[in-house]
Design a protein around this ligand. Structure first.
Ligand code: SAM
Length: 276
């Protein structure tokens, strides 16, 4: 199997008359070794059905096809979705193992096969909503590695009491254990983005409650971080009717009402949601 280097990426882009769309986060990787490293970092094995969001010109797809049993690729751009099977046929003998869906990952509701691992260089502007949507919609996804903007990676993997900790960190923690998995140089992309990238690894965990509970917990999280500097009793006043009511509810479950959202972990948010 041959992977895509700078020359192949240039050639494919010229053939498609492709002008990469910033609005779709179209920055394509032209370094096969980095793609192989991402697949290794994700611990993809022969029995895996890998899901890739935004395969673009196919750099990571080809690296995934070297290892995974099957690859399901979801691409919003119809030109790229149509080209992908042709590129894969030219570079590998594993075309049969690839399924391409031309759709917006945020609209994905189900797939014929159950993917086990997510490996993707996510479109930067929608990386957090896409990741949360997939964790919610596809329970078969057990683990994964995604490449995102460095700042977003730090937020996703942040723990309480850090300045990066916020809504993405806690919501992701509902579904999974999330950790940083290394940096990626901006020079491996065409076009080169203005921001650095990082890898984030996740492993699904048993969520701390059911779907009704999750909705409540996510509502509390959104309110607690809406104005970061507000203490919980003020941030949650609308939820409990008044600041005084919020204060006594928080005290009744052993949470200090003068804390801020950044001090609470996912279990604390569950404790608050239970008394709403
Ligand atoms: N995987 C390729 C690579 O590493 O070279 C391309 C990654 S590029 C950062 C992001 C890709 O996601 C683009 O191909 C873009 O068209 C696609 N994309 C953007 N928004 C999307 C969405 N909502 N659903 C599915 N694909 C999307």
């Amino acid at each position: 199997m041959s992977l895509l280097g700078a020359a192949e990426i240039r050639e494919l882009a010229a053939q498609l008359d492709l002008r990469p769309a910033k609005s779709l986060g179209q920055n394509f990787v032209h370094d096969g070794n980095v793609c192989r490293k991402i697949v290794r970092t994700a611990d993809v094995v022969e029995s895996d059905i890998a899901l890739e969001i935004g395969p673009g010109l196919g750099s990571l797809t080809l690296a995934l096809l070297e290892v995974a049993r099957e690859v399901i690729a979801v691409e919003i751009d119809s030109r790229l979705a149509q080209q992908l099977p042709l590129t894969v046929a030219q570079h590998s003998d594993r075309s049969d193992a690839l399924q391409v869906h031309n759709l917006d990952a945020l609209q994905l509701q189900s797939l014929e096969k159950d993917p086990t691992v997510l490996v993707a260089n996510l479109p930067y502007n929608v990386s957090v909503p896409v990741l949360l949507h997939l964790l919610e919609t596809l329970p078969s996804l057990q683990r994964g590695v995604v490449m995102v903007q460095a700042e977003v990676a730090d937020r996703l993997a942040a723990k309480p009491h850090s300045k990066e900790y916020g809504v993405p960190s806690v919501k992701a923690a509902w579904w999974a254990d999330v950790t940083g998995a290394g940096s990626v140089s901006r020079t491996i992309f065409w076009p080169q983005p203005n921001v650095d990238s990082k890898l984030v690894a996740f492993t699904r965990r048993t969520p701390p409650g059911d779907e009704a509970m999750r909705k409540k917990v996510f509502m509390v999280i959104d309110l607690a971080f809406a104005q970061r500097r507000k203490m919980l009793r003020a941030a949650l006043s609308s939820l409990f009717g008044s600041s005084a009511a919020a204060e006594s509810a928080l005290q009744s479950v052993g949470i200090d009402p003068t804390l801020r959202g950044e001090a609470l972990d996912i279990q604390d948010f569950c404790t608050i949601a239970k008394c709403v």
